[in-house]
Every structure is written in C-alpha cells, then in structure tokens.
Design a protein around this ligand. Structure first.
Ligand SMILES: Nc1ncnc2c1ncn2[C@@H]1O[C@H](COP(=O)(O)OP(=O)(O)OP(=O)(O)O)[C@@H](O)[C@H]1O
Ligand SMILES: [Mg+2]
Length: 214
C-alpha cells in the first residue's frame, strides 16, 4: 500500500496528467488504484467523465480542509494498493494536508525558470511536512514535465532540477497524444498504448515503484 501525492504551486505543469496516467500504469502492474481528486477545479473528475476508461472507475472527488482528505485517504487505503492524490496549484493548505499523509510526493516541473522558482516553494512545503511528521516521509522526487527535448531549456531541465538537491525521475515529454487522450476521457495507456508517450509514463511508474519499495 502506497500513498502518492502530486503537487506544485504552479498551475498547468502537468500534475493531473501525471496523476491520471500513473494510475493507469499501476493498474497495468495489477495494483488496485484509487485516485483522489483534491483539486477544487476537479480536473481529474472532468477528464474521467469524458469517457469510460479506467479513470471513470478509479477517480473520486474529495474536498480538502479540516482533515477531510486525510480521513478519505485512510478509507481508500483499506481497499487499494496505490492511492494517488491530485492537489491544486496555489492552495498550499490542501497540498500540505496531502504531504502529511503521503509516502511519496511527486513535484512535476516544466522547463521555464518561472516553473523552477515555484518548485522551490513546493519543495519547502514538502520539507515542512516532513519536519512536522518527524519522518523521512514524504519522500520527494522531481518529475520533468511537458518537456520539449528539442529545446536547450528542455534538455537542461533534469540537471537544473538535480541542482535543487532532490532526485529526478524520468521525464514526460510534451506530446499531443497526451492531450488527445484527455479529450477522449482515457489515459495514454488506453488511448495510445504503443506511443512514445506511453513508454514515458511506463518508465516513470517503474521509477516511482522503485522509490516506494526502498
Ligand atoms: N506531457 C504533456 N504533453 C502535452 N500536453 C500536456 C502534457 N501534460 C499536460 N498537458 C496539458 O497541459 C495542460 C495542463 O495539464 P494539467 O492539467 O495536467 O496540469 P496541472 O498542473 O494539473 O494544472 P492545474 O495546476 O491547473 O491543476 C492540460 O491541457 C494538459 O492536457
Ligand atoms: Mg491539475
């Protein structure tokens, strides 16, 4: 049983996309998965409602605040091997609530310098939760997200992230198929199983799984 939160102060860096697609990869590894959508925008609920894929069965809307998220996580972990929590941008209290229960915090980041500034705040929040828990949890990993490998900024992102002192997981490239899958209400694994994008999510899930087993 593992609890994974996806967080970041900046909007639009790919948090919900990563949460939804990781759910599919863990399901492919024969794990039972719940996805808790703790973002008041409810992007994952909206994504799931576009179609009839695995997210339609895995995603639940959760309201953050007053310990409600923690209570829902405790309930979800009774019947799931993996609980993924998607958190909103710019609502540190919900991300913090998630950091207090998560085993692993994934912090996606794009290649813009502005993304990197915002990432520092997300990192501090995760470290503050660790201090409060007096624990090594949540483990913290950066995920290069929406990366354009054809650009210098894109190619340099992993090393810029490494310089911030936390381990970096395999990148997710910016690819049209990722957005198309959302429009169909499907994960990339369902929409384009033979695509390069699917291979990237599979590699990311493997790396996440390895961190959780440590
Ligand atoms: N790897 C990718 N390739 C192409 N498009 C992507 C990729 N990742 C995300 N997107 C698109 O970028 C937009 C933002 O992605 P997403 O909603 O996952 O980000 P977010 O960090 O959850 O945003 P928010 O902060 O608003 O919750 C969406 O339109 C999504 O389809
Ligand atoms: Mg989101």
């Amino acid at each position: 049983m593992a609890i994974i939160a996806v967080a970041g102060r900046k909007g639009g860096v790919g948090k919900s996309t990563i949460a939804g697609n990781l759910a599919a990869e863990f399901a492919a590894m024969k794990r039972s998965v719940r996805v808790l959508d703790a973002d008041p925008q409810h992007s994952l609920v909206a994504w799931a409602a576009q179609g009839d894929g695995m997210l339609a069965r895995a995603v639940e809307q959760v309201e953050g605040g007053d310990g409600a998220l923690r209570a829902r996580v405790r309930q979800a972990e009774k019947d799931a091997d993996v609980v993924l929590i998607d958190t909103p941008p710019g609502a540190p209290e919900i991300a913090y609530e998630a950091a207090l229960v998560a085993d692993l915090m994934l912090l996606p980041c794009g290649a813009s310098p502005l993304d990197l500034f915002a990432l520092k705040e997300a990192l501090s929040l995760a470290l503050k939760a660790r201090a409060e828990r007096r624990s090594k949890k949540p483990r913290i990993r950066f995920v290069p997200s929406k990366v354009l490998m054809s650009t210098n900024l894109g190619r340099g992102l992993a090393s810029s992230l490494k310089d911030m002192g936390k381990k970096v997981l395999p990148p997710i490239g910016q690819r049209i198929v990722v957005a198309e899958a959302v429009a169909s209400g499907l994960t990339v694994a369902e929409y384009a199983p033979n695509s390069a994008a699917h291979e990237e999510f599979r590699e990311l899930a493997k790396a996440v799984d390895k961190v959780l087993r440590k």
